[in-house]
Design a protein around this ligand. Structure first.
Ligand SMILES: NC(=O)c1ccc[n+]([C@@H]2O[C@H](COP(=O)([O-])OP(=O)(O)OC[C@H]3O[C@@H](n4cnc5c(N)ncnc54)[C@H](OP(=O)(O)O)[C@@H]3O)[C@@H](O)[C@H]2O)c1
Length: 294
């Protein structure tokens, strides 16, 4: 434990699936040299979620306070850092509560809301006439983690608002680093890169589901092969960061006259490769539009 580590009070507003994963990660950090969590205040929408969250974070009972949405303002007031982890469509309601924006203004804000830019976060906090060049710009980091945060294997991309200090960027990197890898990227490439880490997993899971259907069609029960298929896919994927280009690897697997080439040709005939490209481009387009749809 770092004796000189900065002690932080963090509020997680909208502590659902991802909020809980990040909360659990920072409460039990892999790296506690620079920062430690003194207190964590979490809010959720409903009583059943509050009960779920108290159970999920019960190992850290002495450091956590769990409340429902009526305590959002107080949670922000008491925190040094605020993580906004509710769904993007809820933002107008959350920010409309008297005192919320005012409480947020001098905090360091982290947001994982898909599609919401740091400029939109400043607009929500300071109102329509905020000037991105003036002091009324928020210390904020927009981030896109993914569900693997639950097992501390997320890849999180983040981008800071222009006003954010170097120290706060380091703090954001620390927060997301506790649930996997964290990488800073420019805001202009955020939408496409964010959907690649945030949504592409669901596309690959659809592919796994389709593969398992083939086993079922041939009379093999899904649970018998599910882990075999998933683990073999994970093993193959690990060859890519080890240095093999995906196309080269695919060519190496598909031997002349073999089974793989037959399967790959079927997929090409069905337009699967361009279907993946089109799907991700649609997701990136949706991400671009989200800050402007209120
Ligand atoms: N899911 C992903 O894979 C993924 C990936 C990247 C980014 N994101 C982003 O991460 C955020 C969270 O996603 P998630 O999947 O974790 O969603 P989630 O599980 O639905 O969590 C949202 C939480 O917000 C709570 N909430 C609702 N209204 C609230 C209010 N007024 N005040 C305080 N809390 C409130 C909900 O409580 P109740 O359920 O009790 O209403 C719930 O606990 C979203 O903005 C999403 O865009 C998600």
């Amino acid at each position: 434990m770092g004796i000189n580590a900065t002690q932080l009070t963090v509020a997680v507003i909208g502590c659902g699936t991802l909020g809980t994963a990040i909360a659990a990660g920072i409460l039990d950090p892999k790296d506690s040299e620079a920062f430690q969590i003194n207190r964590l205040i979490c809010t959720v929408g409903t009583e059943p979620s509050k009960t779920r969250l108290e159970a999920a974070l019960s190992d850290h009972k002495s450091r956590i306070t769990v409340s429902t949405a009526d305590e959002n303002v107080r949670a922000v007031q008491e925190a040094d850092i605020v993580l906004l982890a509710f769904k993007p469509f809820k933002r107008a309601d959350v920010f409309a509560v008297p005192g919320f924006k005012e409480a947020l203004r001098d905090k360091f804000v982290l947001s994982i809301m898909a599609g919401i830019t740091t400029a939109e976060l400043s607009r929500l906090t300071f109102g329509e006439d905020y000037d991105s060049n003036s002091q009324s710009s928020l210390q904020a980091v927009r981030a896109m983690p993914n569900m693997a945060a639950r097992i501390r294997e997320a890849v999180t991309l983040y981008t800071p608002s222009p006003a954010t200090t170097k120290e706060n960027v380091e703090l954001a990197s620390w927060v997301f680093g506790q649930v996997g890898e964290a990488h800073q990227i420019p805001e202009k490439s955020f939408d496409i890169c964010a959907v690649l880490v945030g949504c592409a997993g669901s596309l690959l899971l659809l592919a796994i589901d389709g593969l398992l259907d083939a086993a079922v069609a041939e009379g093999v029960r899904r649970p018998e092969v599910q882990n075999l298929v998933v683990n073999s896919a994970i093993g193959m994927m690990k060859l890519v960061p080890a240095g093999d280009h995906p196309s080269v690897l695919r060519e190496k697997i598909a031997s002349p006259g073999g089974c793989s080439i037959r399967a790959l040709l079927e997929l090409e005939k069905l337009g699967v490769r361009s279907a993946f490209t089109t799907a991700i481009l649609a997701a990136a387009e949706k991400s671009k539009q989200m800050s402007s749809t209120r």
